[in-house]
Design a protein around this ligand. Structure first.
Ligand SMILES: *[C@@H]1O[C@H](CO)[C@@H](O)[C@H](O)[C@H]1NC(C)=O
Ligand SMILES: *[C@@H]1O[C@H](CO)[C@@H](O)[C@H](O)[C@H]1NC(C)=O
Length: 240
């Protein structure tokens, strides 16, 4: 019995380590996180441990980059102040190794098998993003779907008129939650709380592993007990 408990403890430790340091199964992500010494500009905070390659990190900075052929300036040229948040958002998406608790399987996968959902973003990161973009223009609330892709990049669909961000998204919350169909969840937690995920942080000081750990311990994802359960069944059978 002691052996079983011990082995279960080991399995449990291994399972939680995975959840805290893992890359999504998506279009450009590495198979597993690791150091990337040459990450480019705004992606450089992840150099110590990243799910993105140097090549991906460079392309996140290009307009209409080959990564997704996505045109941020689909209405008017996006201001640099606004664009820096979308670059950071892309770096965060491609490079983050500590989003395990929020990774979900995509139900009808077209271009990726996994995504993240309801990542609790720190209030500062969401509010500064919205403030810097509120006078820029867009024609859509959900940037994940509904575009006209016939030209090879996203164009506004016929009936969607270009309006200011602050008209499409009246609040910072509506922008952060709707623009990537609930990838982010708005919170009133600040960066010092330890309870929210940061998109912006100094190089080599990724605070998000601790935050992921906090949420894992608070409300374990359904995946862990299930896998633990099957592990324990297998172990029991081996031991008997
Ligand atoms: C982005 O979209 C705008 C508006 O349709 C267009 O004028 C611009 O050329 C596009 N940018 C690229 C790089 O295709
Ligand atoms: C999609 O965009 C193309 C031009 O790139 C245009 O000819 C076509 O009418 C558009 N389709 C719709 C449904 O808006």
């Amino acid at each position: 019995m002691l052996t079983l408990t011990f082995m279960l403890a080991l399995v449990s430790v291994a399972a939680s380590i995975d959840m805290l340091n893992v890359c999504m199964d998506s279009k450009h992500h590495k198979v597993a996180p690791g150091p990337e010494g040459n990450l480019y500009q705004q992606c450089s905070p992840w150099k110590d441990n990243a799910c993105c390659t140097a090549d991906t990190s460079e392309h996140t900075h290009n307009d209409n980059s080959y990564l997704y052929n996505f045109n941020w300036s689909h209405c008017r040229v996006m201001t640099d102040a606004c664009k820096k948040h979308f670059i950071q958002d892309t770096c965060f998406y491609e490079c983050s190794p500590h989003l395990g608790p929020w990774i979900q399987t995509v139900v009808n996968p077209t271009w990726r098998r996994e995504r993240f959902v309801d990542v609790p973003l720190c209030q500062e990161d969401c509010v500064t993003w919205w403030n810097d973009c509120k006078d820029d223009f867009t024609c859509k609330e959900n940037w994940h779907k509904g575009w006209n892709w016939t030209s090879g990049h996203n164009e506004c669909p016929a009936k969607a008129e270009c309006r200011k961000f602050k008209e499409v998204f009246p609040t910072a919350q509506s922008m952060c939650e709707k623009i990537w169909s609930k990838s982010y969840k708005y919170t009133t937690y600040t960066k010092t709380s330890g309870k929210c995920i940061q998109m912006w942080f100094p190089q080599g000081q990724n605070p998000n592993r601790k935050v992921a750990e906090y949420y894992l311990n608070k409300a374990p994802s359904p995946g862990i007990p299930a896998s633990l359960f099957s592990f324990s069944v297998v172990l029991l059978m081996l031991l008997i």
